[in-house]
Write a protein of this length. Structure first.
Lengths: 129, 129
DNA sequence: TTCTGTGCAAATCTTTTGCATGGCA
DNA sequence: TGCCATGCAAAAGATTTGCACAGAA
């Protein structure tokens, strides 16, 4: 696995503290909103600006280093991984990565080749039950 | 099929001109954003206020009369129908309803009973090809 | 008549932008 | 050193709210 620095290098983005902090935060949390990333990083890095997070999330998305998970009421972000589906808890809002089954991938790939596919399951997670 | 008035009556929402206009607009367009609904209705109904659309979309969603389709960069809304998936054109942003296949529904229903399932396919529509 | 819904304007949030300065390569 | 990235503050955009009045039941 590449380091975050290598990932950034290979995308022609400079490996700034701010970018590495954002990627570490997403790596640690799995999924986080702009505001959550900001609040968390600010603890150890008080000069971090919200505008910097917006700008970086935008460029990291352009380079496909991070992906947006479109949930209500706010989008969250994750480090781009293999395609997978998301289980979203209607109560606490936590997002859990789940597998696309092969059968589903095959069927969708046949019908909609090369398209981006997003599957969301909204239910109640084990903790909230 | 119920009329929109009956739908509103049975949800204890008054059948105002504004609400009927919103539902007619969604019925006509299939999918529309807040701004699109507003711009379109204002043509024939200049006193229609944007705040009224926000308030009504919110109450219509609460009553599950309309559903939100979470697309980028703006959400769109549709009249609630049978569960279905969405094909979203990456170029023009048009949304097309597509069927969930029985195989997919069965598999997901077995794994995640009674959950709300959303599937989005992002690709390029016939017009834009 | 009653009470919910509307329209307006202000308030609040969210996101973007411009620009001077800082810091990675 | 050369540029890209950052931080700040202001601007722009999106959404919500409060309140007096209008209109559906």
């Amino acid at each position: 696995m590449q380091t975050f620095k290598e990932l950034l290098d290979s995308s022609a983005l400079k490996a700034t503290h701010q970018r590495l902090a954002i990627l570490n935060e997403l790596d640690k949390k799995g999924h986080a909103s702009i505001e959550e990333i900001y609040e968390s990083i600010k603890q150890n890095f008080p000069s971090m600006s919200l505008a910097t997070i917006y700008k970086n999330i935008s460029s990291l998305k352009d380079k496909q280093i991070v992906s947006e998970v479109c949930t209500h009421p706010k989008s969250k972000f994750e480090i781009t991984k293999e395609p997978h589906a998301h289980f979203i808890c209607k109560i606490c809002g936590e997002i859990e990565d789940i597998e696309f089954s092969d059968a589903i991938i095959d069927e969708l790939e046949k019908k909609y080749p090369k398209s981006k596919k997003e599957l969301y399951i909204y239910s109640i997670c084990d903790k909230c039950k």
